[in-house]
Structure formats: C-alpha cells, structure tokens
Design a protein around this ligand. Structure first.
Ligand code: PEP
Ligand code: CO
Length: 463
C-alpha cells in the first residue's frame, strides 16, 4: 500500500527510506487477531486506498508535543487523565454529548490539578474509539446467532443480519465522525471554553448532586485565586487555550495503516488517526501484527497489561516498542482488577527499574473489574474501581515509581451503568438509564467522585 506524505508547508520535504515505507506493511505477514471478516476483502482494500488520500486527523507536531508532555509524566512531574466512552458511536457524536464529555474531563482535570498541584495531561478516549475487540466472534439471542458487534467502524449494533455484517465503508464514516468530533473538541479547547476562568461554567447543565456541589466549592476557591493572581498582574490569557489530545485503541489494522502518513520534516511515519494509540490486552502478542505495526510509528503508544502479564512479556514489549528508551514513547495501562493489583503490579514495576526503562504508568481501574448481574447487565462496582486505584498508588509508593495517571470509561451523562457511588446505584437502578453499547461507564457524578479520590491519593503520594 502507498503511504502519503503529511506536508508541513514551512519545511523542506525529507524522503523516507524504502525500509521505513516497506516496514509499514510487514504486519500483513504476521499473525493477526480481532480483525473483522469483511465479506468482500477487495471492498475493504478500496476503502483503505481512499483513506490513504484523506487529510490527516492530527499532525506530527501535536503528536510530538504529547510525547514531550508524557515524558514529564514519566518523570513524575505531571499526571494523565484519559477518559471517554468504551465504544463511541456515530449516532452519539452530537454536540451535546461531546461537550458533556469534554466538560467532565476538564472538571476532573481541575480537581486533580488543584488537589495535587500538578499539571494534568488531558486525553479523550474520543474521536476514534470506534472499533472493539470481542471475546467471542458471535452473539446468540433466542437461538439466533449473528456476528458480534465490533464497534461502529465495523458493523451496526442492531441484532439483524444486515446490521451485523461487517461493512468496510464504515471505516470512512469513522474517519468523518472522528474529524467532526475533533473539530468540536478543538473549538472548545482552543476557543476559550477550557479557560480556567470558565471553571464554574463546566458545572452548568449537570443535575445537582453531592459531587458537583463539592466541585462548585472548589471552583469558588480557584476563582478567588485566579482573581487574586490577575490583580497581582498575572497574565491569564495564556490559559485560554488548553491541549486536549485524542486517543483510541489501535485495533482495526486497515484503518490505522491507511491513516499513517510520512512526516515531511523527518521522513518518519505517524499514525494520524489520533495522537495517542494504545494496543489492547487481547492484541498485544509480541509476534503479532499490532505490536509490529505500532513499533514503526512515532506516536506515543500505550499497551494494556492485564493480571496475567509476566515480567518477560513486559520486558519484550519495552524492547520492541521502545528500543531507544525515548521518554514519553511508551505507556503501560494496567487493568489488573481490584483483587489482583497489589500482587500483580509491584513485580512489573521492579522489573522496569532493572531494565533502564521509564514508561508512563496509567491505571485503568475499569477493565479488570467487570461483572454481570443476575438480570444480565454488564456492570462494575464503583468501590472496586476505587479499590484498584488505591492499589495502584500503593504499589507505586512501595516500589518508588511514579503513578502516572488514570484511564476511565466515563460519560458526561447521568447514565446508570456502574453500581454504587454516592448515588448508590443498585442492580434495579441499572435499568433506569443503561445506554452503553459495550462496557459500563462512570456517569458524571461518579467521574467527579473518582477525581476527588484520586486527587487525595495523588496528593498523599507526593507528600
Ligand atoms: C477497552 O479499553 O475498552 C478494552 C477493551 O480494554 P482491554 O484491552 O484492557 O480489555
Ligand atoms: Co471497555
């Protein structure tokens, strides 16, 4: 497949080496997991050829900036907040939805920044989180078996043969939906809406609850501090623009490959589908297609690590994905489960110290804590989420490494998908407003509650 150049008009064009270009298709000869069985592979190829020609969604300079910010996180100077839907949907890419998620992330970030006096790198599981790994290829309902839903970029959620048949033209819809989502995010975060002086307005529009009342108190303190600093001559116009990065799981290989461009400044490839791409727990095989492909792009790369991860698995991932030990290049997102984190994480943290590596460590307290209720709802207990985060901080304190961030499935809406929290959502309550097509998300209140708890942990680990 060809690879287009992402031309930076201010610089001379550096031609990539033939090995770099050829290497981008090496994954095709390797074992590959979780790819959709397209009914007509030539149709998928035609879509991929079209995607090679579309403009990039993100730019190399932005990706480099994120890598530098993540290098600060690895050094313990800042903290990452990564959040958003388990599976974004095309229908859900509305202005209200996007705004509520951005506001929730900004609110959580402010709680963390203020609580721990630390800069927070803000990343959405947004503008590209459209492809999902599945534990089974099929789903059976009332004796009818159809292909499993693999995310809007692959097939539809409706339980009909037509919707569930993988359709490659959905990759193009995914690109366009990511573009419009990112456009609005850029509008919000570059146009003044994310300005710290707007700290109160992010709380507006959400139903009153104990967590956002607590937030309102904190916003008042921030307001007072900002006014004091302004009066003392500080220039807060600097705070008008906020960096907000797009991230998603790099799963659908035809899409990720087609969105990869050569940076004209360096002749190196960047996956321009998002700033930060992570490899999931199910596709991180060291000899597999995903690890090979993402080892060849310049983006900061995340890898999910579940409770069965061995030191050997992790060390091999470091050597393949970050052979040059570039600060900020590699992030491990641990998702061990509340019961396993205290045993499973410390040996990995010890091992990186011996391996001259300083990855960013992020806690995903969601994916190791799934359960299904008797009434069939996929859910998580808020208490388990909190317990895993606490175990994550404890493990880092014990080993002397930096807890670098949290990765959460959340929405700005008042859904009822996770059990517990101050609202004490119970099994019956799940039926009220369960909207996720995939994993259960923290609602707006639970997200803020979690941010306050993490701010306390982070503050404690800094003291
Ligand atoms: C996810 O992040 O939605 C996911 C599927 O995670 P994991 O790869 O950790 O299971
Ligand atoms: Co999920």
């Amino acid at each position: 497949m060809n690879v287009a150049t992402m031309v930076d008009p201010t610089e001379a064009v550096v031609t990539p080496s033939p090995e770099v270009v050829e290497g981008l298709d090496h994954w095709r000869s390797l074992p590959i997991k979780q790819q959709p069985p397209w009914p007509d592979p030539s149709a998928a190829e035609a879509v991929a050829e079209e995607l090679v020609r579309v403009p990039p969604l993100v730019f190399a300079g932005e990706v480099d900036k994120l890598r530098e910010q993540l290098a600060d996180v690895a050094a313990g100077k800042s903290f990452v907040l990564q959040g958003g839907d388990c599976a974004e949907t095309f229908a859900g890419a509305t202005a209200d939805n996007i705004r509520n998620r951005v506001k929730t992330i900004l609110q959580m970030a402010v709680v963390l920044t203020y609580g721990a006096s630390m800069p927070v790198v803000k990343m959405g599981r947004m503008a590209g989180q459209f492809a999902k790994p599945r534990s089974s290829n099929d789903e059976t309902r009332d004796g009818v078996t159809l292909p499993a839903y693999r995310g809007d970029m692959v097939n539809g959620f409706d339980f009909t043969e037509e919707a569930r048949t993988p359709d490659p033209s959905r990759m193009l819809d995914g690109y366009h939906t990511a573009a419009s989502t990112l456009n609005l995010i850029r509008g919000f975060t570059q146009g003044g809406f994310a300005d710290l002086r707007m700290v109160h307005s992010w709380n507006r529009g959400f139903a009153s609850n104990p967590a956002n009342r607590r937030y309102e108190g904190l916003a008042k303190e921030i307001d007072r501090a900002v006014r004091f600093m302004e009066a003392a001559g500080a220039d807060f116009d600097e705070l008008k623009r906020v960096d907000f990065f797009a991230s998603h799981e790099g799963l659908l290989m035809e899409y990720e490959r087609a969105m990869t461009r050569i940076d004209s400044r360096t002749g190196l490839p960047y996956d321009t589908s998002g700033h930060f791409i992570w490899i999931g727990e199910r596709t991180r095989d060291i000899d597999g297609a995903h690890v090979d492909f993402f080892s060849r792009v310049q983006n900061p790369i995340g890898v999910k690590l579940g409770p069965s991860t061995s030191v050997d698995d992790m060390v091999k991932l470091i050597d393949v994905l970050d052979p040059d030990r570039v600060p900020g290049r590699l992030t491990f997102i641990t998702r061990m489960g509340a019961g396993a984190i205290r045993d499973a994480l410390p040996p990995l943290l010890e091992a990186v110290k011996d391996h001259e590596s300083t990855p960013v460590w992020i806690s995903d307290p969601m994916h190791g804590n799934g359960m299904t209720t008797q009434t069939g709802f996929k859910t998580r207990r808020f208490d388990d989420v909190v317990e895993e985060v606490k175990g994550f901080f404890e493990a880092h304190r014990q080993v002397g490494t930096h807890p670098g961030g949290i990765h959460v499935e959340l929405t700005g809406d008042d859904v009822t998908e996770c059990l517990g929290g101050v609202q004490q959502i119970d099994e019956l309550g799940l039926e009220t407003r369960y909207e996720s097509l995939c994993d259960p998300r923290l609602n707006h209140q639970q997200s803020l509650e979690l941010a306050f708890l993490v701010a306390e942990e982070l503050g404690a680990s800094l003291n």
